[in-house]
Design a protein around this ligand. Structure first.
Ligand code: KE4
Length: 424
């Protein structure tokens, strides 16, 4: 821990909290953040040379595993051609076509540099297209840190102890309405009251920022129907689920199709890429074609496109790899449930495909309120034990575990063995 601690003591002098994204500070588990030196496949090594099996995967992007040889080769070749041009490139055309091919509801797409930027832009397009101002989001869902969406958000905001963020003027959130995940009535109430003012409903089709919470049967379909009834747009924030559950993301998995989709993480193959896209008639409103302005110096960056193109191409060309990943993950999460039950505990394990989490509560978790019954102190103790035993988990209860196609049976069995040793 010595070198991690020394680095952290240095980091906090120059970086707020010593990190460039709050959750990395390990604050909610009360321990020193690990400074990662390198990664390969499903493994990480920190600056002290300690090896970990990685269940964060950079918070989702590394579905193929770290340092995939083909991705690395494409990035290296792109680097040799130049890092950034600020001009149109053939790679961006290829990337846009690939995303439209893989995600049926997307007819046109714009690259940006993060999930936050993708969501911020999609909301603006929805407002521009409908001429309406209000949006509905779900308590516990996190859609990045743009002002209007930092309302009862998930992820690190849940641990911050403040339902909103300082510095966000009331004027920025006045048009943001909150509903309860998996509760269609809470959505309908807003529409009955001011349906003609609502531009869009934005939802994580599988919530993964309050821990992992699955949509109940009929929830996503119900959102689609309500939006159609009132002329509002349905936005799926697939920054986490996009290209994870299957090539077409959660919309392909559940067969419910939004008007707009936001992407991040996997689309960039580990490089800073976000994107938003959807129906042509909506996306044609985006500048320079239409009147909704959005821009970005490094949008569609050629090196980032090389990483994203390579990862997405592999996922498209080997769709059977999803079945293997999801089957492996099913067995793994069932293994966790068995070990928790064998220890006489009643913690909850929510998972879908290669995305899942343990809630330290005996209540079924289907929304923010039930997620909040989790004992974050118990989670912290568990997470620190796993870290000490070489298993790298999200350092916060209200995040997710991400399995990759690089995790081996041996590593998963070893992880279950360490968990069993902890729970007994
Ligand atoms: P970024 O701006 O962090 O690329 O994406 C924001 C975002 C948007 N939508 C969803 C559904 C997301 O999960 C995210 C970001 N996810 C977090 C993990 N809970 C990123 C990790 C972090 O904040 O460091």
């Amino acid at each position: 821990m010595e070198k991690n601690r020394l680095l952290y003591e240095e980091a906090v002098k120059y970086i707020p909290g010593g990190v460039n994204s709050p959750v990395r500070a390990f604050g909610s588990i009360g321990s020193c953040p690990r400074f990662i030196a390198r990664a390969d496949g499903s493994r990480l090594w920190d600056e002290e040379g300690k090896e970990y099996v990685d269940f964060i995967g950079s918070w989702g992007p590394m579905i193929l595993g770290h340092n995939h040889p083909e991705v690395r080769e494409q990035v290296t070749e792109a680097v040799e051609r130049g890092l950034s041009f600020g001009a149109a490139t053939a790679a961006e055309v290829e990337m846009a076509k690939l995303v439209c091919d893989m995600v049926p509801s997307v007819e046109m797409v714009r690259m940006v540099n993060s999930g936050t930027e993708a969501v911020m832009s999609a909301i603006r397009v929805a407002r521009g297209y409908t001429g309406r101002d209000k949006i509905i989001k779900f308590t516990g869902c996190y859609h990045g840190h743009s002002d209007g969406l930092l309302v009862k958000a998930g992820s690190g905001v849940m641990m911050a102890g403040v339902p909103d963020s300082l510095g966000v003027p009331a004027g920025c959130t006045g048009d943001t309405l909150s509903a309860r995940y998996n509760d269609l009535e809470s959505v309908r109430e807003h529409f009955v009251r001011c349906g003609e003012e609502i531009a869009a409903v934005i939802v994580e089709p599988v919530a993964a920022n309050m821990g992992v919470v699955l949509p109940r049967e009929g929830f996503l379909e119900g959102l689609r129907e309500i939006c159609d009834q009132y002329g509002a747009l349905l936005i799926f924030d697939e920054v986490i689920t996009g290209f994870r559950l299957c090539p077409a993301g959660a919309q392909g998995f559940f067969g419910v199709y939004p008007d707009l989709t936001t992407f991040g993480k996997i689309i960039g193959g580990g490089m800073p890429v976000g994107a938003y896209g959807g129906k042509r008639e909506i996306m044609e409103l985006v500048a320079p074609l239409g009147g909704v302005y959005q821009a970005g110096t490094l949008s569609g960056n050629p090196v980032a496109m090389a990483a994203g193109l390579s990862q997405l191409s592999i996922l498209r060309d080997f769709p059977e790899s999803y079945q293997k990943l999801n089957d492996t993950a099913d067995d793994f999460f069932e293994g966790i449930r068995q070990r928790i039950a064998s220890a006489g505990l009643s913690y909850q394990v929510n998972h879908i495909g290669s995305l899942g989490c343990i809630f330290f509560t005996d209540q079924e978790v289907s929304d923010y309120e039930s997620a909040k019954t989790s004992d974050t102190g118990k989670y912290a103790d568990y997470c620190n034990y796993m870290l000490e035993h070489g298993i790298y988990l999200a350092p916060a209860q209200f995040e997710a575990m991400f399995l990759s196609m690089a995790h081996t049976e041996l590593q998963l069995m070893e992880t279950l063995r360490v968990m069993e040793a902890y729970f007994v």
